[in-house]
Design a protein around this ligand. Structure first.
Ligand SMILES: Cc1ncc(COP(=O)(O)O)c(C=O)c1O
Length: 416
């Protein structure tokens, strides 16, 4: 027997070349099941691609590598002792180990709704990270070829979700004030009819910018007029370092909001939340039922207790102070070392410095940096249509303060 390419007809059935002893049933109206080739993957799975950043993170694990690549929180700042003591009490209650409600534990919905503005617990669904929230929204909103407005550049994990359900991405420029809503308005007036518009309103990944309040208001007006859903993904909103307070415009029927505890508590807990109108949350809960029944109950209870603990506010202050210092140090080191050859965005919060190196292909530079024991993410990884080959994202969250200077000097060496 040999594997052939044809299907049916002649001597090849379902891709398998048949040998004589297999052909006895050939005259039968229903052919025997003789397939020996593996079943075909769905189109969606076959088209899916691994995230360039996740692949890069494998390099970051090499011994001695200084990584400015991943958007991971600093593990040394996880509140391990506090979480451990809550976990002991949580696991002692048998009920927390039983199956639970798909929308989430009442106490988790109540605690997580405080991360939103003017949202009631009934309008919150607990998810396994905001990434699952994105996937759920895409499942209930998008059919093949539906259009989604995204920033260019934008968060790779969101682009992956939208691409995997066959959506057409309509890129809109991101400038220092976030998504350029006037550009979107021009496209809408010219006939663009998106189902959704995705955005990271605070400390955008990868550019670090905030969406200006007037643009948030403009976007809401456009959503209402043209009937599309705004997907506001806001995992960095609590990590602000300068005199900026994240804007919180209240809910509206054209808005769904995502929150995460990954950057403030620990990503391994996988607890996030969706807040939105009922017309959207009901199908989301049905989609989540078939996806995972519910998010881990123990994780939910842990997070609910943590957010309400007296130490939580101090923990957030500690994170802001530590990340803020690292942010300032990295910006200083880069601007001193690279001088006028670099244009840097100094983020007021979040985890990323976005930079442009005119005349440098950052992907080629990265290859030399990896040899020198340092890594970052080239801008091209976040591009939808723009040529971002001169840009790169540098995360300051996980590198120890004392190692940042060494990381920058290794990058400098790889420049020449
Ligand atoms: C903008 C953005 N959205 C969502 C996520 C996913 O976060 P979570 O851990 O809550 O799934 C990330 C993670 O880096 C992110 O940067």
């Amino acid at each position: 027997m040999s594997v052939g390419r044809g299907i049916g007809g002649g001597r090849t059935v379902v891709g398998v070349q048949l040998e004589a002893h297999m052909l006895h049933g050939e005259e039968m109206s229903t052919p025997p099941i003789l397939a020996r080739s593996l079943p075909r993957l769905s189109d969606r799975a076959a088209a899916s691609q691994s995230s360039a950043i996740r692949d890069l993170l494998d390099h970051a694990k090499r011994p001695g590598m200084l990584s400015l690549a991943g958007g991971l929180p600093d593990a040394s700042m996880f509140p391990t002792a506090e979480l451990a003591s809550i976990a002991t009490a949580t696991l002692a209650q048998v009920d927390h180990l039983q199956y639970g409600a798909t929308a989430g534990e009442p106490q988790a919905r109540a605690a997580l709704c405080e991360l939103f503005q003017d949202v009631a617990p009934e309008n919150v669904v607990v998810t396994s990270g905001s990434q699952q929230g994105l996937d759920l929204i895409a499942r209930v909103m998008l059919d093949h070829n539906d259009t989604v407005v995204v920033g260019d550049p934008d968060y790779l994990g969101a682009l992956q979700v939208f691409r995997s359900c066959g959506a057409a991405l309509h890129p809109v420029t991101i400038d220092d004030d976030g998504l350029v809503t006037s550009e979107l308005e021009t496209a809408l007036r010219a006939g663009l009819r998106p189902k959704c518009c995705y955005l990271v309103p605070h400390f955008h990944n990868p550019t670090g910018v905030n969406l200006a309040v007037e643009r948030q208001i403009h976007l809401r007006q456009l959503a209402e007029e043209f009937g599309f859903l705004i997907i506001e993904d806001d995992p960095y909103r609590e990590l602000y370092y300068d005199d900026v307070t994240p804007t919180t415009l209240g809910p509206m029927p054209w808005l769904v909001q995502l929150r995460s505890t990954s950057k403030t508590l620990a990503p391994g807990l996988r607890i996030g939340a969706i807040a939105g109108p009922r017309w959207l949350l009901d199908p989301i809960v049905r989609a989540k039922q078939s996806m995972d029944l519910h998010t881990s109950r123990t994780g939910q209870v842990l997070v609910a207790e943590a957010i309400r603990s007296p130490w939580y506010a101090h923990h957030l202050d500690d994170l802001r102070s530590a990340y803020g210092d690292k942010r300032s140090l990295l910006v200083d080191l880069m601007s001193t070392s690279f001088g006028p050859s670099v244009e840097l965005t100094t983020p007021a919060g979040g985890m990323f410095v976005w930079a442009r190196f005119r005349g440098i292909d950052t992907s080629a530079w990265l290859v030399r940096c990896l040899d020198n024991g340092v890594c970052f993410v080239p801008g091209a990884a976040f591009a939808v249509e723009r040529d971002l080959s001169e840009f790169a994202r540098f995360s300051f969250s996980t590198t120890a303060t004392c190692e940042l200077a060494e990381a920058v000097s290794r990058m400098m060496l790889a420049m020449s």
